[in-house]
Ligand binder design. Structure first.
Ligand SMILES: [Mn+2]
Length: 425
């Protein structure tokens, strides 16, 4: 299934008059505050959030998985789904592949199907947290950190293979997330595990092309529950620094202990020009992988405020932006549309903050004024502005509504069947 511009514009017709009224009212009030609406719109249009190939099917918990129907069973079908999302919001022009769940068998066919829907390939992701069927050694007790060198070599070779696949597709980054750790005190030497990881990453780093980034993700716990080798941003940053200029830290919002000040982590990493990428999701308790903005939208705004300031004030390179969520209850495609909306709204709100006025308040310690500035931006309803940005780019005024009106899921179920299950999950 593929959505055409005509189909989307047809849907916009029924919403245009109400949208135009809302947008004009908002634009006028923003201009009165000295905000350049046209600049805001083009910045919003530029922000593109990659969709991971594993997020298009229904996720699950360790207690069960309930399929939603019409799921993409092949990589080409996953690319078609990203194409539908991108047609609707003009905001997700890339897919991020997970290897080995989505190894292309015919590279040209994969590239052609992506080009057909106007999307490219974002970071490739390696997987050393699961054993594959034909695998000689097991990752049960770790991969790059494993005390057994033959397991480490296997994991290094896998990452090298992922880079080779990414090169054929035009990816520019490898994301490494390691599950390695221990569940019981004394299970392994934490010092040796970190050393092994560093040495193994060094070998992988050598295979990273000059114009690529190696993105090192961190996570405090799970699947192991006592120690994780790369447990926090500090460990990731330490490894990225040791490896060199192609290596960066990747922040996944769900990979923090409750109440962690993620915006401060962003600020620190950008000061050091070592923030390489972002995985968006939301959480209440742990790595819940919920829809972006569904639980803590104010935190998301504060994070974007640091990102916007960081890009103005530091030389941190552009980031790889990706959603990393699991959709256990909602339609994955609707959930992804909602997540992208939440990300772009938080970005737009952060762009409203006048950094000079905020800085003046900070310098004279006027905390009340600083809070007024931030909350005034956060409480401005910018949804009509985002809708206008998407509409002008050829997308839908309301992507979720249009997805439903065009009966996308029903059509996918007709095409693929109710029992179709996404590969990999
Ligand atoms: Mn992640």
């Amino acid at each position: 299934m593929k959505l055409s511009l005509d189909q989307i514009q047809d849907q916009n017709l029924s919403q245009i008059s109400e949208h135009a009224r809302n947008f004009e009212f908002l634009a006028e009030s923003l201009e009165k505050k000295g905000i350049k609406v046209e600049e805001l719109i083009s910045k919003l249009q530029e922000l593109q959030i990659a969709i991971p190939s594993w997020a298009l099917g229904t996720g699950g918990t360790r207690f069960g998985r309930f399929s939603g129907g019409g799921e993409p069973a092949t990589l080409i079908q996953k690319i078609q789904d990203v194409g539908i999302l991108h047609a609707l919001n003009q905001s997700s022009n890339a897919v991020s592949l997970h290897i080995p769940w989505d190894i292309p068998s015919d590279f040209q066919a994969i590239k052609d199907s992506a080009a057909d829907v106007g999307i490219g390939f974002d970071a490739v992701n390696s997987n050393t947290f699961q054993d594959q069927a034909e695998q000689a050694n097991s990752y049960k007790f770790g991969s790059l950190a494993n005390s057994d060198s033959s397991v480490r070599e296997l994991a290094i070779a896998h990452n090298q293979e992922v880079i080779a696949i990414g090169e054929k597709l035009g990816s520019k980054a490898l994301t490494v997330w390691l599950a390695d750790g221990s569940s019981f005190p004394g299970q392994h030497s934490m010092r040796k595990a970190l050393e092994n990881t560093h040495l193994a990453l060094q070998e992988i780093y050598q295979a990273v092309p000059e114009d690529w980034k190696l993105l090192i993700e961190y996570k405090p716990y799970e699947p192991y529950f006592y120690s994780t080798v790369i447990q926090d941003w500090g460990t990731s940053f330490l490894l990225a620094n040791k490896l060199g200029k192609k290596a960066y830290t990747l922040v996944d919002l769900g990979h923090h202990l409750p109440n962690t000040n993620i915006e401060q982590i962003v600020s620190t990493l950008m000061t050091e020009e070592k923030l390489g990428g972002f995985h968006f999701n939301d959480s209440k308790y742990g790595d819940d992988d919920l829809t972006v903005g569904s639980i803590k939208p104010y935190q998301l705004f504060l994070i974007f405020q640091e990102l916007v300031k960081g890009f103005e004030e530091t030389k941190n390179p552009p980031l790889s932006w990706m959603i990393d969520a699991s959709h256990n209850l909602k339609d994955p495609m609707e959930d992804l549309l909602q997540s992208v909306q939440a990300i772009k709204l938080a970005y737009a709100q952060a762009l409203l903050v006048d950094s000079q006025v905020l800085q003046q308040a900070q310098e004279i310690h006027d905390i009340t004024a600083a809070q007024e500035i931030l909350q005034d931006a956060y409480r401005t309803d910018l949804r009509p502005l985002l809708a206008e940005a998407m509409r002008r780019a050829g997308g839908a005024i309301n992507p979720v509504k249009t997805f439903r009106n065009l009966k996308v899921r029903e059509t996918l179920i007709q095409e693929r069947g109710l029992k179709s299950i996404a590969s990999g999950l």
